[in-house]
Structure formats: structure tokens, C-alpha cells
Design a protein around this ligand. Structure first.
Ligand code: ADP
Ligand code: MG
Length: 689
């Protein structure tokens, strides 16, 4: 085999065949470089582990022990419990996993396990682990925590345990690290007090202490933040130089007719947002405004007024949504609202037939389609607009930066309105968007019921199901949301297919539907239509219903495994109920005990508060853009936490991008090239502006 390079696909590395390569791909690891940058999600050392004998009732602890006995026990309620007894030098502890009998196939006597979770009293001390990691398989294996070692715990996936991932990385580390090319000039690096790239990689993968690992992480975080800031700074710089756009004229033609046709009046917040948008759009500078507001605060209508203002001026408007369901929902809503005005929105989706798509593109190119709603199909090369004056991007954070830029690039200098139901804390918005203007909708349109959120444990499941059944008896509908489609995806999670079968068996008189992303679009439409029309009373779903569904008669949502969802995502899901006049209910099924994060979530309905909690919990990665979209990856930086690094990255990026003479310096040139190479399509973004 030829020498390994950083871009070598992992399947060519020793010890990784096709099958493991596939599993690694699920972790986002395709090349040797991805493997080298696959960082531990945490570290365990002996000092963070509690001896089994000291795992006291009421504590939340992490313990390490060897499995000395195990088995599956049935309970009176028919739930099968997997249990295992762990032993260490201090004593023994029983661990139980209710409803997870399948663990019997994974966990074996003789293995050393790390378990963490709450300890409670039930015929004796017992832990219900939230997490377990198989540290070693058999008696003979060395104890990875012995003699002051710090154990990296890597993100793992089905079919690829922490232990295997750790083994693969350990095996290739010495070959790969010398290949890492440090692009940060030494003078900059020293001024920042950061280690070299190679030292940082050694530090994160083979730390001698948690503090050393953290220093390594900070270096990698800085690289990411610098890449991000270089790209954003450059984009902003170009945008500033090219600020002139269309100066629309408020003709009060279509907009007034819409206002007259609406059966209600705008809320105060909607009016204020619309005034700001109108001011922006009628000014000669380009609009670049973010409209933030919780689900149901009425962003779509505000966006529609903006689009009509463009149409009044003989410009086209385009609305891009992240999923086909949401795009269709928008198209249907707009069609209804626009009917009195005699305007029909044009729909463009990836999954439309070739002929249909061709016709849509023709209408868009000729200008016959004045208002277009679509998915990312809108940014494909084959889509050209005749005269695009306004771009509206819904759920903007779900698109990569360059996807948004690509749509903007379809017009000559269109105004841009970004919508988000995931409010971003102000500090982060400034960091990411700089001079973006922000309008906020906090007020909810009147006439809506409230959503009550409850957290329930496994012991209360029957009562929850009875509640759903009673709602159905009253003619109301429910969602049951699960994180996975099939059990085989994640053996330890309840899955949508199984759940729908169980519920259908339990309620022969009710119609139980099933919807998930793997259904064919036509099947999915059919299920949705039946739910909308009331033919289905209980809809079992994955997160495909996160956005795009507006069924006012659906009043209850049960969410299984809420621990698998981010808080912002839970909030989005919850927003699918409460769309009608009556009260609605959101029930989170929390397993055995109620974690604090869910308690905090249930206590507030304020999207802004939840955004803050979410940011604390998850860091900024997801807020910046989806990884799959080829957008920015921020995996190692943490906000809150790394503000100081971010500020330095921003300052350095600013100097590199804007100080023209300095751009000639070779070291800075390398940095720019690196930003471009890490984000190939950033080059396109740079051309937009
Ligand atoms: P968002 O996009 O912010 O989730 P929508 O624009 O979909 O919210 O609005 C939610 C619902 O509220 C829609 O059915 C919409 O027709 C309705 N709506 C919007 N604005 C008002 C208002 N001012 N008064 C009453 N109902 C409104
Ligand atoms: Mg919306």
C-alpha cells in the first residue's frame, strides 16, 4: 500500500474495511484527516470515578466495574429489564436498564463497564445508567484507567463502540500526526499562547491530564473560529462594498389588498417588523434582515407582505424552506392568502417529476412565476430568475452559509429576509452576522390556546396513553414522536415502526398512522392528508413533522426519548400543537427520572429563554449551519466558554482580510487559502457579496 495521506479514505487504513468505513461514515469520518480530527467528547480519569461501594443513593455518579452477573428479568407490568452486577475492589453495584432486554446481546460477563447515572434505592442500591461504555472485553485486557491514565471517550455509533473507535485512532495516531500541517504562523500562535497543531492533536488524543487535553482543544477550536471568521469577515467586507440594491416603492397596491383580505389584523410586533422591512426595502441599500419569532408568532404573513412589495415593483420574490414538507405548507398557506389577489405561488421541489420541474423553471425564468416557494432546488444551477428582487429564507440556520448565498446570487442585488423560529442569543447573532438587522416577534396572535408541557416517567405511561385515547374520543388528534424509525438503527431506543404497531394493537377502534423520512413522498403526502382531514387520530412520527405541519385539531404531542433531542428542537416539535383555539398538551416521556434540563424546558414557553438554554447545552455548532450542507463546521469551539478565543479569531481575521498590504505577506496568504480549502464553496460566497 502506498503511504497514507490525510485525504486517504479510511477504508484503506489498516484495521478498517468496507464495513467499518461505512460505520465511520455515520460519524462523519471519511478520510484519515477526519479520523485524526475525531475528538473525544469527554475524558475520564480515575479521580472522576466513584468506587462502587461509595455510589450512594441520591447521587449521580460514574463508576467502573467488571460484570460478574447479568440477565433479563420480567416485571409485573410486562416490561423486560436488563440488569448487570458490577464489581470493583470496593464492592458491588446492581445496574438496571428497564425495557432494554436487547442489551443482553451486547453486555457480557467479564467485560469492564463504565456506567454513569443516578443511584436510587430499590431492594438495595441500584443504578439506572444514562450511559454505559464497554471499556474492555475480557479479564486479560489492560485496565485503561490504571496508573493515572486519562481515558478519552470518543463519539461512537451503532456497530462501532467507543472502544473500537479509540483503538483505531490509537493505532494510526503516530502515522497521522506528522502529516498535520500547521498553517498558523508561529508569531501569531505564540502571541495567542496556543500549542502547535501537532502538540494539540497529541494532547487531545493522549492527554496526560484533563488540563492538557483542554489546551489542545482550545488550539483546534481557534483554528475553526479563525476559518469561520475569515470567511464571514470576507463576505461582510464584500457585502459592504456592494451595498446598493433595489429601492422599492411602496405602491400600496398588493399589500393593501392583502391587508384588506386578511380576516384579522397584524399584531403590534408584526406591524413593527413590517415597518422596519418596508423602510429597508424602500431604501437604496440592500436589506439584510433577520426576523426572529417563535413558532406561531406569524412570521409567514410578515414575509408575505414583503414579497408583495417586491411584486408591486415588478420584481420576483422567492421563499426557500429547508424541507419539502415545509415548502409545501408554505405554498398552501400562501395560495390561500393570495387567492383574493389572483396570484398563485409557484412551487419548485427536488422531488417533482422532470416535466413538472422543467415547467416550473420555465415559469421562473420567464417571470411568469412572480412568487416562488421551494427547497434548495431553488439554488440549483438550472434555476434562473428573470428579475429576483427579494429572497426570503425560512429556518435560515438550517442552510449552510453558502447555500443562502447561492440563492441571493440568483438576483443581481436582491434584498434578503431571513426567518428563524430558533432565536439566537444576541451576543451570538452579532458574532455570526455582524451588521445584520434584527426584528423580533414575541407577541402571539390572539385566539390561541396555551400549550401545557408535562414530563412523565415510564411508570406513568399507561396514564399518558389513556389521556391520548380520551382526546381521540373527544375528536381531537395526537402526535407520538420518536427519534428513530426502526429498532435496528439504535437498539436502545424505541422506534416509530414498532410504536405504531403497538398502538394500533392497543387501540383497534382508532386509526394509527405512521410517517417518517423514508416513506416515498407520495406515501408521506397521503398519510399527512389523512391526518389533516381527521382520518388518522394518532400519528406516530419521526422529526419529519418538526416543521411544516399545521393541524389545528392536533392537540396532544407525546415525545419519546426527549433526551435525544436538543431543547430548541423540542421547542420546535412542541410548536406543532397549540395551533388551534383550545388548550394543547406536550408530554415528554422521561424514562425513570426527570432530568433537570427537561424540567427547565417544561417550565418555559419562551423561545428566547430556550435558545439560551440550548446554546449552553449544545454549543454553537448547530446554530451556525448544518454540517451536511457543506457549511461551517464548528465542532470543537464552545460558546459560551470560548468568547475570548472568538474575539481573537475575529480580530486576526479582520486584520488579514481588510489590511490590504498585509494580504501580500505570504503567511497571511496561506491562512486565506486554508480557509478556502477547508470550505471549498466559501469561494462562491466570496464572489457573492
Ligand atoms: P410562524 O411562521 O411564525 O410559525 P405563521 O406565520 O405560520 O407563524 O402563523 C401562525 C398562524 O397564525 C397562521 O395560521 C397564521 O395565519 C395565523 N396568524 C398570523 N398572524 C396573525 C394575526 N395577526 N392574527 C391572527 N392570526 C394570525
Ligand atoms: Mg413559519
Amino acid at each position: 500500500m502506498s503511504a497514507v495521506r490525510l485525504d486517504t479514505p479510511v477504508k484503506f487504513l489498516k484495521g478498517i474495511g468496507e464495513r467499518r468505513a461505512e460505520a465511520l461514515e455515520r460519524l462523519g469520518i471519511r478520510t484519515a484527516q477526519d479520523l485524526l480530527w475525531h475528538l473525544p467528547r469527554r475524558y475520564i480519569d480515575a479521580s472522576s470515578v466513584t468506587p462502587l461501594a461509595r455510589a450512594e443513593v441520591g447521587l449521580e455518579v460514574a463508576c467502573v466495574g467488571r460484570v460478574v452477573a447479568k440477565g433479563v428479568l420480567p416485571t409485573r407490568r410486562g416490561l423486560r429489564i436488563f440488569h448487570a452486577v458490577l464489581r470493583d475492589e470496593s464492592g458491588v453495584l446492581e445496574c438496571v436498564w428497564p425495557g432494554q432486554a436487547f442489551l443482553d446481546r451486547t453486555i457480557a460477563v467479564g467485560q469492564t463497564l463504565l456506567v454513569s447515572g443516578p443511584v436510587r434505592f430499590y431492594h438495595g442500591r441500584q443504578m439506572a445508567p444514562r450511559e454505559y461504555i464497554i471499556l474492555s472485553d475480557a479479564e486479560g485486557d489492560a485496565d485503561p484507567l490504571s496508573a493515572g491514565k486519562v481515558l478519552p471517550v470518543y463519539p461512537a455509533t451503532e456497530g462501532l463502540s467507543h472502544k473500537i473507535v479509540r483503538g483505531l485512532i490509537e493505532r494510526h495516531l503516530d502515522d497521522l500526526i506528522p502529516l498535520a500541517h500547521d498553517l498558523l504562523p508561529p508569531a501569531h500562535r505564540e502571541a495567542l499562547g496556543l500549542p502547535t497543531l501537532r502538540d494539540a492533536l497529541v494532547a487531545v488524543h493522549r492527554p496526560t491530564s484533563a488540563a492538557v487535553a483542554e489546551e489542545g482543544r482550545r488550539r483546534l477550536a481557534f483554528d475553526e473560529l479563525l476559518d469561520l471568521q475569515l470567511t464571514l469577515t470576507r463576505a461582510r467586507d464584500l457585502a459592504k462594498r456592494q451595498r446598493s440594491g433595489v429601492a422599492f416603492v411602496a405602491r400600496h397596491d398588493l399589500t393593501d389588498r392583502l391587508a384588506a383580505a386578511l380576516p384579522w389584523t397584524l399584531t403590534g410586533d408584526q406591524q413593527r417588523a413590517l415597518e422596519a422591512i418596508t423602510t429597508d426595502m424602500t431604501a437604496p441599500e440592500r436589506m439584510h434582515r433577520l426576523l426572529m419569532g417563535d413558532v406561531g408568532t406569524g412570521k409567514t404573513v410578515v414575509a408575505l407582505f414583503a414579497m408583495l412589495l417586491a411584486l408591486e415593483n415588478d420584481y420576483q420574490a422567492a421563499l426557500m424552506a429547508p424541507t419539502e414538507l415545509l415548502a409545501e405548507q408554505h405554498a398552501a398557506t400562501l395560495e390561500r392568502l393570495l387567492e383574493p389577489l389572483g396570484i398563485r405561488p409557484q412551487l419548485l421541489l427536488g422531488r417533482q417529476g422532470a416535466a413538472e420541474k422543467k415547467a416550473a423553471r420555465k415559469a421562473i425564468a420567464s417571470g411568469a412565476a412572480r412568487l416562488t416557494v421551494g427547497t434548495h432546488a431553488l439554488v440549483q444551477e438550472s434555476t434562473a430568475f428573470q428579475r429576483l428582487g427579494l429572497v426570503v429564507i425560512d429556518e435560515q440556520h438550517r442552510f449552510g452559509v453558502e447555500q443562502r448565498a447561492a440563492l441571493v446570487g440568483k438576483g443581481s442585488a436582491p434584498d434578503v429576509l431571513l426567518l428563524t423560529a430558533t432565536p439566537i442569543p444576541r451576543s451570538l447573532a452579532l458574532t455570526l452576522y455582524g451588521d445584520l438587522d434584527v426584528s423580533t416577534l414575541r407577541e402571539r396572535p390572539p385566539g390561541r390556546g396555551v400549550i401545557r408541557t408535562a414530563v412523565r416517567t415510564e411508570a406513568q405511561r399507561t396514564r399518558v396513553l389513556t389521556f391520548v385515547e380520551e382526546e381521540a374520543a373527544q375528536g381531537r388528534q395526537s402526535y407520538v414522536v420518536l427519534p428513530v424509525i426502526e429498532e435496528s438503527e439504535r437498539a436502545d431506543l424505541r422506534a416509530a415502526t414498532t410504536m405504531s404497531e403497538q398502538l394500533a394493537a392497543r387501540w383497534p377502534a382508532l386509526e394509527v398512522g405512521l410517517i417518517h423520512g423514508r416513506l416515498k413522498p407520495a406515501e408521506r403526502d397521503a398519510v399527512m392528508e389523512r391526518f389533516r382531514s381527521g382520518g388518522i387520530q394518532v400519528l406516530v412520527a419521526t422529526t419529519v413533522i418538526e416543521v411544516g405541519i399545521d393541524v389545528p385539531n392536533a392537540t396532544t404531542m407525546v415525545i419519546e426519548h426527549p433526551e435525544r433531542f436538543g431543547l430548541a428542537q423540542l421547542h420546535q416539535l412542541r410548536g406543532r400543537v397549540g395551533r388551534g383555539a383550545g388548550n394543547s398538551y406536550c408530554v415528554l416521556m422521561a424514562g425513570d427520572s426527570v432530568p433537570e434540563r427537561l424540567r427547565a424546558f417544561a417550565a418555559t414557553d419562551d423561545g428566547f429563554r430556550i435558545a439560551e438554554l440550548d446554546l449552553e447545552e449544545r454549543g454553537m455548532g448547530d446554530l451556525i449551519g448544518a454540517r451536511q450542507s457543506g457549511g461551517f463546521e464548528v465542532r470543537h469551539a464552545r460558546l459560551p466558554g470560548d468568547e475570548a478565543l472568538l474575539a481573537r479569531a475575529r480580530e486576526l481575521a479582520g486584520r488579514i482580510i481588510t489590511a490590504d498590504p498585509a494580504l501580500q505577506r505570504p503567511e497571511n496568504q496561506r491562512l486565506r487559502e486554508r480557509a478556502l480549502s477547508r470550505f471549498p464553496r466559501a469561494a462562491e460566497l466570496f464572489r457573492i457579496g
